[in-house]
Design a protein around this ligand. Structure first.
Ligand code: FAD
Length: 339
C-alpha cells in the first residue's frame, strides 16, 4: 500500500506544531492502512531535523536542503513536493492549514489533479459504496470539516484521484511522539533534480515576522469572554481571573467584533483552537463555530444567565448567574483559598 505523507513546515530549524500534530495523525492513519508514514522537510541546514521528525513514527523522511529553500517560497517548494509525489505516489498527503499549507496545498493538488479538502477538523478511514457505479471503495480518507458557516459537518471523499489531500487546522489534533528511538530512514534529495532555475524568480529582500507573545494554545487554563461580558471594561475581570489562575484570556467572535478584545484572542472556527485543562466560558452562548475551537477542553465551566444556553450542554459545571457577580467572587475566593 502506498504511504501517508506529511509536509513538515520548518521555521528557524524547528518543526511547526501543526506538522507535529499531522505526523501524529499520519502515523495512526498509516497504522490503520498498514502502510508507511513518510514526510518531507524542505529548507536549509537540516542535518539535525530528522531527530525532531522521525520519533513521530516516520518510516522515511525526505530532506531537501539548499540555501535557496529557506525561508519558504511557493515555487521551489511546490516543484519539490509535486515531483516527489509523482515518484512516491502517496495515497494520502497532509499539510497544515497555515499560511504555508494554504499556499502550497492548492498548487500541489492542482498540478497533480488530485483535489484538496481545506481546513479539516477530523480525518478518519472508512469505506464508501457508490450506488451509481455499484462499486465499493475501501479505506478512503474521510476528510471532515465544518461547512456552510459551520451549520453542517461535511464528510468529503475522493475515491478516484491520488493523493487524497487535506489541510488541517493547527491545534485540532493531538501531538504525540511514537517512540524517541523510532527507526526511520532519511533520504537526502538531490535538489537540482527537483527544481529548475525558473523556480527561483522571486528574491526575498527582507523578512519581518510578527511574533505574538500571546500563547492561548499553550495555556493550561483559558478564561474566555463572550458578548455577555457587556463591555471592554468588563473584560478586565477576565484578565484578573486569568491572572490569579495562571491562564490566558480568550474570546468569542461576537466579543471581538464588539471591540471588547483583540482578534488574536478569538477562539473557534475562524480563530484559534484550544484544548486546555480548564476552559471557563463567561457570557458565551456556545454556538457551533465557537465550540469548534474549544470543545476538546478537558473541563469546561460555563457562566451564563441563560440556563438554556447551548454551552451548558457541553459544560462539566454550569454557573447560572451574571458574570458581573460571579467572576469577582471567583477571583476573591480563589485568592483567599490559595493564600
Ligand atoms: P451571543 O451569542 O450573543 O451570546 C451571549 C451569551 O451571553 C448568551 O448566552 C447570554 O445568555 C449570555 N449573557 C448575557 N449577559 C450575561 C451576563 N450578564 N452574565 C452571564 N451571561 C450573560 N464565533 C466564535 O466565537 N468563534 C469563531 O471562530 C466564529 N467563527 C464564525 C465563522 C462563521 C462563518 C460564522 C457564520 C460565525 C462564526 N462565529 C464564531 C460566530 C458565532 O456564530 C456566534 O455568533 C458567536 O460565537 C456568538 O458569540 P457569543 O456567544 O459571545 O455571543
Amino acid at each position: 500500500m502506498n504511504s501517508v505523507f506529511v509536509y513538515c513546515e520548518i521555521e528557524d530549524g524547528h518543526v511547526a506544531e501543526v506538522s507535529q500534530e499531522l505526523l501524529t495523525k499520519g502515523r495512526s492513519l498509516a497504522d490503520e492502512l498498514n502502510c508507511k508514514l513518510e514526510a518531507i522537510a524542505i529548507g536549509h541546514q537540516l542535518d539535525e531535523i530528522g531527530k525532531q521528525i522521525i520519533p513521530y513514527g516516520v518510516d522515511t523522511l525526505y530532506i531537501a536542503d539548499d540555501k535557496r529553500l529557506s525561508p519558504y517560497q511557493t515555487l521551489p517548494h511546490t516543484s519539490i513536493v509535486v515531483n516527489l509525489f509523482k515518484e512516491e505516489q502517496p495515497q494520502i498527503a497532509l499539510m497544515g492549514a497555515s499560511s504555508v499549507g494554504r499556499d502550497l496545498g492548492p498548487r500541489v493538488s492542482s498540478a497533480l489533479h488530485s483535489g484538496l479538502t481545506a481546513d479539516c477538523t477530523s480525518l478518519v478511514i472508512g469505506d464508501h459504496f457508490d450506488k451509481k457505479q455499484d462499486k465499493n471503495y475501501e479505506n478512503l480518507l474521510y476528510q471532515i470539516r465544518p461547512a456552510f458557516g459551520g451549520n453542517i459537518i461535511a464528510t468529503i471523499i475522493n475515491p478516484d484521484c491520488r493523493p487524497q489531500m487535506a489541510t488541517v487546522r493547527e491545534g485540532v489534533m493531538k501531538k504525540e511522539i511514537r517512540d524517541p528511538k523510532y527507526k526511520g530512514k532519511e533520504v537526502k534529495l538531490d535538489v537540482a533534480k527537483y527544481v529548475s532555475d525558473t523556480d527561483f524568480v522571486v528574491e526575498i529582500i527582507e523578512r519581518h515576522v510578527e511574533k505574538s507573545k500571546l500563547n492561548i494554545k499553550g495555556a493550561p487554563i483559558v478564561v474566555a469572554g463572550g458578548y455577555g461580558m457587556g463591555s471592554k471594561e468588563n473584560f478586565n475581570l477576565l484578565y484578573e481571573l486569568a491572572d490569579v489562575l495562571g491562564g490566558e484570556v480568550g474570546a468569542s467572535r461576537a466579543a471581538v467584533d464588539a471591540g471588547y478584545t483583540a482578534h488574536e484572542r478569538q477562539i473557534g472556527q475562524t480563530g484559534v483552537t484550544v484544548r486546555p485543562k480548564l476552559y471557563i466560558a463567561c457570557g458565551i452562548s456556545g454556538q457551533i463555530q465557537h465550540r469548534a475551537g474549544m470543545e476538546e477542553s478537558a473541563q469546561i465551566i460555563a457562566i451564563n444567565t441563560d440556563p438554556e444556553a447551548p454551552i451548558n450542554a457541553i459544560a462539566d459545571y454550569v454557573i447560572n448567574g451574571d458574570v458581573a457577580e460571579v467572576i469577582p467572587k471567583m477571583i476573591k475566593y480563589y485568592k483567599k483559598n490559595t493564600k
